[in-house]
Design a protein around this ligand. Structure first.
Ligand SMILES: [Zn+2]
Length: 486
C-alpha cells in the first residue's frame, strides 16, 4: 500500500530529524531510487548521497558506506525540467480568454494582448507575488525545478517607478523562494509601443525610456537575486518592436556572463512591421546587426525563412519554444525539422501558462511537426532513435543554458540534487523496461506520473502534493478574489 508506506518513511524521517537536528537544518542523507538517468543510460538501482546543502556527494549502484539516514523511494529519477519562458502574472488569466461573446469578431494575439494589458495594470505587488508563488508551486508539481521569468511589469500602476526600482522583480524572487523553485530573473527592457512608435498609456508599467534607465533596473534586480541562493539574473529585450536599435546595442554591451532573452518573430504582423520599418525580417535583422551567439535565447522565433533558420543554427543561439501558448495564441509552427537538421538547440517554456506540463509541451511541439509533414520521427537523435530521450535531453541542456547554468551533466557531484521522481508504480512505468521509460513518459505521461520533485535534495512536492500548498493556495485565492478577474 503506497500511502501507508510513504507515511512510514516520512514518520521515520521526522523522528530522526527531531533527535539529531534543529528544524530547517538539512542533514546529509542517502537516497535509494529504482533508477537514475545518466548520459550513458539508466543506473538501476541507484543510491545518491546528498550533503547538508542538498548537493550531490556520491552516485552509485551500491549503498555508500554511510551511517546516515536512508530514504528509499519507488521512483525513477530524471533531472528537473527547465522552464525557459514565463510571464507569471498571466497565470491569473489562464482560460479566461476563451469566451468569445461575439463569434463574428476577430480574436487573435493582438486582441488577447488587450486583456493581458488590463490584467497587468490591475495587480499590486502582494497580488503579483501570490500569483507567482501559486504558479511556481504548480510548476514544481509538474516537474519543473527552475524557471526563467521574462519580467516586464516593473512600475507602479500609475507608471511611476517604485521606490525600490526592482520591487516587482524582488517579489518574483520571493515567490520562487516560497515555492522552492530556482529562478533566473530576466528584467525586460521595454521602451516603445511598436516599431518607431511611442509606448501607449497601457504599457506604462513596463517602460524604461533609455538604456541607462534599463541598466539601473537591471542592477537593482541583480541585487534582488541576492535574497535567494537559487536566484540569478539574465538580460532581456522585450522584442525588436519594443526597443530601438541604438538602445538594444547599449543594453547588449552590459550582458557580461548572463543569458540574453528576446521575443522574436512570434506573429506574422511582427514580421510585416519589421519588413516595413527595417526592410528586413526580425531574425535576419538581429543577426545582421548584432553579435548573436550562444548566450542568446530567441523566444518563439516562429516565423523564419530558410536563411534565418540556418543563421540561428550557425550563430549557436538557442530558441525557446512555448508550444501550448503558441498554439493557444495562433502564432504558427516553428520549422523544427530544418532547425534540428542544422544542429539547432531548443528548450521549452510555458509563457502564458495555459499549460504547465513539460511533457505536453514536448508532445505538442512534436505533433505540430507530424501533422504538417505526415512523418512520425521528428526529434532527430544522432545517437539513438529514442524521441523521448532526445526531447528530455534537448529541453534540459538548452534549458539550463537559458538559466545561465553551465552544468552539462545530468547529475553531477557537487551540484544541487534537483530532480523529478517518476512514480515506479504508475501502470505503464511499472511494466516497462528501463530503456522504454522516457518514451513512455514523454508520449503518454502527465502530472500523475510525477511522484515528487526534489530541489536541493529536499521534497518540494511529495506524493503529488506541494509541501507548502495550503499557505500558497490561500494567498492565491485571497489575491484572486480581490482582483475579481476570474
Ligand atoms: Zn513571452
Amino acid at each position: 500500500n503506497k500511502s501507508r508506506k510513504n507515511q512510514k518513511i516520512s514518520t521515520q524521517n521526522v523522528r530522526r530529524t527531531d533527535r539529531h537536528f534543529k528544524r530547517n537544518e538539512q542533514m546529509s542523507k542517502v537516497w535509494k531510487f529504482d533508477g537514475l538517468l545518466q548520459e550513458e543510460g539508466w543506473l538501476t538501482p541507484c543510491y545518491v548521497k546528498t550533503d547538508s546543502k542538498g548537493h550531490i556527494e556520491e552516485i552509485s549502484q551500491i549503498r555508500p558506506n554511510d551511517t546516515g539516514h536512508l530514504e528509499s523511494v519507488e521512483g525513477f529519477v530524471i533531472p528537473g525540467f527547465q522552464n525557459s519562458h514565463s510571464h507569471s502574472f498571466q497565470y491569473a488569466m489562464s482560460g479566461l480568454a476563451e469566451i468569445h461573446p461575439d463569434p463574428a469578431s476577430q480574436d487573435d494575439f493582438w486582441s488577447w494582448r488587450e486583456t493581458m494589458y488590463s490584467i497587468a495594470l490591475s495587480m499590486n505587488p502582494d497580488q503579483f507575488e501570490h500569483i507567482a508563488a501559486m504558479l511556481y508551486a504548480e510548476m514544481l508539481s509538474h516537474g519543473y525545478t527552475h524557471v526563467a521569468e521574462f519580467h516586464y511589469v516593473h512600475h507602479n500602476k500609475d507608471g511611476r517607478p517604485y521606490s525600490n526600482l526592482a520591487e516587482m522583480g524582488e517579489r518574483l524572487v520571493s515567490a520562487a523562494k516560497t515555492a522552492g523553485i530556482g529562478i533566473t530573473l530576466v528584467p525586460i527592457f521595454y521602451q516603445k509601443g511598436g516599431f518607431g512608435k511611442k509606448a501607449v498609456e497601457k504599457q506604462r508599467r513596463f517602460i524604461s525610456k533609455t538604456s541607462a534607465d534599463y541598466l539601473e533596473l537591471l542592477s537593482a534586480s541583480d541585487k534582488a537575486t541576492n535574497n535567494y541562493s537559487k536566484a540569478n539574473i539574465g538580460l532581456g529585450i522585450h522584442s525588436l518592436r519594443a526597443v530601438d536599435q541604438h538602445s538594444i546595442g547599449e543594453a547588449f554591451q552590459e550582458s557580461k556572463h548572463s543569458p540574453i532573452h528576446i521575443h522574436i518573430a512570434e506573429q506574422l504582423k511582427e514580421v510585416e512591421d519589421s519588413l516595413a520599418f527595417y526592410n528586413q525580417r526580425p531574425v535576419e535583422w538581429l543577426l545582421d546587426n548584432f553579435n548573436v551567439n550562444k548566450k542568446f535565447h530567441l523566444v518563439h522565433a516562429t516565423h523564419l525563412s530558410e536563411n534565418e533558420v540556418a543563421g540561428i543554427a550557425r550563430s549557436g543561439a538557442h530558441v525557446v519554444l512555448c508550444p501550448s501558448t503558441e498554439g493557444n495564441l495562433g502564432d504558427g509552427i516553428f520549422p523544427l525539422h530544418s532547425f534540428q537538421e542544422q544542429s539547432g538547440n531548443w528548450s521549452i517554456g510555458t509563457d502564458s501558462h495555459i499549460g504547465l506540463n513539460p511533457l505536453e509541451e514536448l508532445r505538442i511541439l512534436d505533433y505540430g511537426q507530424r501533422l504538417t509533414t505526415h512523418r512520425r520521427n521528428q526529434f532527430i537523435s544522432p545517437t539513438n532513435g529514442d524521441s523521448g530521450l532526445f526531447a528530455v535531453d534537448m529541453a534540459l541542456t538548452s534549458g539550463r543554458k537559458a538559466m545561465g547554468n553551465s552544468n552539462e551533466t545530468y547529475f553531477k557531484i557537487g551540484q544541487p540534487m534537483d530532480a523529478v521522481v517518476i512514480d515506479s508504480k504508475s501502470p505503464l512505468i511499472a511494466t516497462c523496461e528501463a530503456k522504454n521509460i522516457l518514451s513512455t513518459l514523454v508520449y503518454s505521461g502527465d502530472r500523475t506520473n510525477v511522484y515528487g520533485t526534489l530541489v536541493d535534495g529536499e521534497w518540494k512536492v511529495k506524493d503529488g502534493r506541494h509541501q507548502k500548498l495550503d499557505g500558497i493556495l490561500s494567498n492565491f485565492k485571497k489575491s484572486l478574489s480581490e482582483l475579481k478577474i476570474r
